[in-house]
Design a protein around this ligand. Structure first.
Ligand code: NAP
Length: 248
């Protein structure tokens, strides 16, 4: 791996959706992107295209996170984006495996990656942690017991980090998107493409690039400015559960 003079931006979950779009945006803004996800072929192709680096990362695996972090000596930006939802069952019928996977990925994974990369972030003159939360961290909905709990936790962690890092040149931002059309619903519904498509029916959802645009903006503010939080939704979405849909 070649050393470059570009500031390094580490993006977890960059093999698809918001993470891949963020890789494009941060590369465009002049960062050397370091990409992590389990689907190595995808991030290798993207890193090749963007002049970045790729390494397999499973945020649920402590050894994988350690190996990933070891290749980064200085990081200006960490985007904690890796995350997923599984199922939409009420708690009464909830799957223990689904809850565990969401908690391990969205909460434990984010904590683990942050701890592993804080030394590299501390070596940068100005660093930034961007946590991708969700409107599900601000609101709840029936069937979202596991997922909304994890995104409320992301909110708590972002606020905690801001308290712990105050006085150091490390900014902390939380980006809370509403509906974004990515592989998210496909993963939630276990590959059921028809069910996933229905989530976005009759409205124009955000694309990954809309969220990436917010991330690019927060990391390029003047050094004394910390954007704490951005909530970004499609114009057709009023809340996690209320959206205006056109009949087709
Ligand atoms: P996506 O297209 O499914 O992308 C999810 C990314 O996370 C993939 O790159 C996936 O890569 C990665 N990932 C999942 N588990 C991982 C693990 N154990 N280790 C490393 N990477 C892992 O979904 P997305 O919409 O872009 O989601 C990105 C983030 O946005 C998530 O935190 C999600 O909760 C949040 N979000 C999404 C929406 C939405 O409507 N789409 C709304 C609000 C918030 P691999 O499978 O290759 O590992």
């Amino acid at each position: 791996m070649n050393a470059t003079t570009r500031p390094v931006a580490v993006i977890t979950g960059s093999s698809a959706g918001i993470g891949a779009a963020t890789a494009h945006e941060l590369a465009r803004l002049g960062f050397e992107v370091v990409l992590g996800a389990r689907r190595l072929d995808r991030i290798q192709a993207l890193a090749g295209e963007l002049g970045g680096r790729a390494q397999a990362l499973d945020v649920t695996d402590a050894a994988s996170v350690q190996a990933f972090a070891a290749q980064v000596s200085v990081a200006a930006v960490l985007v904690n984006n890796a995350g997923l939802s599984r199922g939409l069952d009420p708690v009464e019928k909830g799957s223990e495996a689904h809850w565990r996977e969401m908690l391990e990925t969205n909460v434990m994974g984010l904590l683990r990656v942050t701890r592993a990369l804080l030394p590299a972030l501390s070596r940068a003159p100005l660093a930034h942690i961007v946590n991708v939360g969700s409107v599900a961290g601000l609101e709840v909905y029936a069937g979202g017991g596991g997922y909304t709990a994890t995104k409320h936790a992301v909110r708590a962690i972002s606020q905690t980090l801001r308290l712990e890092l105050v006085g150091r040149p490390i900014r902390v931002t939380e980006i809370d998107p509403g509906m974004v059309e990515t592989e998210f619903s496909l993963v939630r519904f276990d590959g059921d493409a028809a069910r996933a498509k229905k989530v976005y029916e009759g409205l124009k959802p955000l694309g990954g690039e809309d969220v990436a645009d917010c991330i690019g903006w927060v990391v390029t503010r003047p050094a004394h400015v910390n954007i704490d939080q951005i909530v970004v939704k499609p114009i057709a979405q009023a809340s996690a559960t209320v959206a205006a849909r056109k009949q087709s």
